[in-house]
Design a protein around this ligand. Structure first.
Ligand code: ATP
Ligand code: MG
Ligand code: MG
Length: 528
């Protein structure tokens, strides 16, 4: 309840409304349990959640659209519930289309008896052609009794029954293809993950959604506008069945450049081992993006800010990540990491032994508390920084103070192999051009870490239907750099979001487990 209140309070400032709809709003999010939720589903879920809590008395339902046993699994159903929770979306009620199989069956009988549906066995082959050519099916005039008999046959799942489907008798010649006698019931012998082998016939989504929205008390049905043609079909079903009409509010589908948002394709890359799993940080799934470092309030803001837009666009990830940055920047503690490869050992004149001091984790956010900074007689610098120095230049060691570069040792390739620094703590840090990160050399202070960054999974901005996925998979998408991090990093809990100064934001995926182990950090993009 608290989460819900917070969510609606946070949403109160968005410029989205429901024209013409008054009173408490009841919405439903209708996922099919055939994959994990992705960022496109997040848009649907967050908009439904937003409207449901826009005014007092509203409700959000989550209805599993589980009418196709060939694609659905308990694993996905559980994952979806978990992911909604991850997004702080708490539906008032969880329902299942499968709870209404008997009821929908009875509505189908009613439709047949009213003369508004017919059984058809031309669907699998010629039926589609007829539909394309706006021709009536040869079975279109099949009578009520015969249709009922065919439906009975379908229900047994017999070979004969499987050849048939039930179609609504709407308008075979309509310019709107969705009205050309759509299929409302079909056979499927695969066991259903909730109802087992009780049913051999299943309603289609086109039949199911208008019925259940109406009887479950939904007051506005949110749908993506790419299917706007389907709206008249939805209205037809409710009218034909004498059900309460439910208004539709449509929104644009969310797409991102170089991102797959098709459950079928995502399932393929998971099954073929192209990624580590559904929660891989390269995946556009809710789990994937959270693991990569998105925080939920940022996700919510991003979605709701572009909520009213009806344009189907291919969004850039840049705005998404900069919205996220706005949320993590003020709260991410600052730490240091030094790239291991090429690290330069420097001696520091003026520093006798190891000394531990306390510094704020974030100079602009005292609430985050303090961290240890270790000063030492030898320190590590990154090669690139060391290379930029000139003899006798005054530089700043961040979180410590100024120092002069007294001598530079190079190898024959020109790489720096050693530096002598002389502390000048009285020096003004505002006057130096180079402010560098460093870590004192000591076993306890150099925690081995992997810094991992990722590329997009596909090479093309927008994959077209005819494009073969294989041809557009990015060959290399994972980039690992070894580094040492400051001692405080050993204590960070899994999932921590930090900033490694002068590098960027990272999320801790695997904690440091002591000698011989490495902590694993994923880079959180800040722009595209
Ligand atoms: P399928 O293509 O297998 O039907 P789906 O992606 O449509 O899968 P559903 O589980 O049916 O997945 O979708 C749940 C809800 O999420 C639906 O209301 C659907 O319109 C919405 N949705 C799915 N993808 C997107 C997207 N890219 N942008 C916005 N909404 C989406
Ligand atoms: Mg769907
Ligand atoms: Mg779909």
């Amino acid at each position: 309840v608290a989460a819900r209140a917070a969510a609606s309070a946070a949403g109160a400032s968005y410029d989205i409304d429901l024209p013409g709809i008054t009173g408490p709003v009841v919405t439903r999010f209708p996922p099919e349990p055939s994959g994990y939720l992705h960022i496109g589903h997040a848009k649907a879920a967050l908009l439904n959640d937003y409207f449901a809590h826009l005014r007092p008395g509203g409700r959000l339902l989550c209805r599993f659209d589980d009418t196709n046993p060939s694609k659905e699994k308990m694993e996905f159903q559980d994952a979806i519930l978990f992911d909604l929770k991850l997004m702080n979306i708490i539906p008032e009620k969880i329902t299942y289309s499968s709870d209404y199989f008997q009821k929908m069956h009875d509505y189908a009988i009613q439709l047949i008896k009213d003369g508004k549906a017919f059984a058809d066995d031309s669907e699998l082959g010629k039926g589609d052609e007829d539909r394309k050519n706006r021709l009536p099916s040869k079975r279109r005039d099949l009578g009520i009794d015969e249709t009922l008999a065919r439906f009975e046959e379908m229900k047994t799942g017999s070979e004969e029954g499987q050849r048939w489907a039930i179609r609504a008798r709407i308008a075979y010649d309509s310019p709107n293809g969705t009205l050309r006698d759509p299929v409302i019931y079909r056979c499927n012998l695969e066991p259903h993950h909730r109802t087992g082998s009780q049913w051999k016939v299943y309603p289609t989504y086109d039949f199911c959604a208008p019925i259940l929205d109406s009887i479950e008390g939904v007051t506005v049905a949110l749908r993506t506008n790419e299917y706007r043609d389907r709206n008249v079909q939805y209205e037809w079903m409710q009218e034909a069945l004498r059900l309460r009409k439910v208004p539709i509010w449509d929104f644009s589908r969310l797409n991102f450049v170089r991102t797959l948002l098709s459950k079928r394709k995502l399932t393929r890359i998971v099954d073929e081992g192209k990624v580590w799993g559904w929660d891989d940080p390269r995946m556009p799934t809710i789990r994937g993006i959270i693991r990569r470092g998105v925080v939920v309030p940022a996700l919510r803001e991003f979605i709701l800010k572009q909520g009213p837009s009806r344009n189907i666009v291919n969004l850039e990830w840049g705005t998404f990540w900069s919205t996220n940055r706005k949320y993590i920047d003020p709260t991410a503690p600052r730490h240091t990491a030094i790239q291991s490869s090429g690290a330069v050992t420097c001696t520091v004149q003026g520093q006798a032994e190891l000394t531990i001091v306390s510094k704020p984790k974030h100079v602009k956010n005292a609430e985050l508390g303090m961290k240890k900074v270790v000063y030492g007689k030898t320190i590590q610098l990154e090669q690139a920084d060391a290379k930029s120095f000139e003899t006798n230049e005054e530089i700043t060691l961040m979180n410590w103070g100024n120092a002069y570069v007294r001598s530079i040792t190079k190898d024959d390739k020109g790489d720096i192999t050693g530096l002598d620094l002389e502390l000048n703590l009285a020096g003004d840090v505002k006057t130096t051009k180079k402010k560098v990160t460093w870590l004192a050399t000591s076993n306890d202070n150099l925690i081995p870490v992997d810094l991992v960054s990722f590329d997009y999974l596909i090479t093309k901005d927008k994959l077209e239907k005819q494009d073969e996925l294989e041809k557009f998979l990015t060959p290399e998408t994972e980039f690992r750099t070894q580094a040492f991090a400051d001692c405080n990093v050993a204590e960070l809990p899994q999932g921590s979001i930090v900033q490694f100064e002068r590098k960027g934001f990272y999320k801790l995926d695997e904690t440091y487990k002591g000698e011989g182990s490495r902590a694993i950090f994923f880079e959180i993009p800040s722009k595209a």
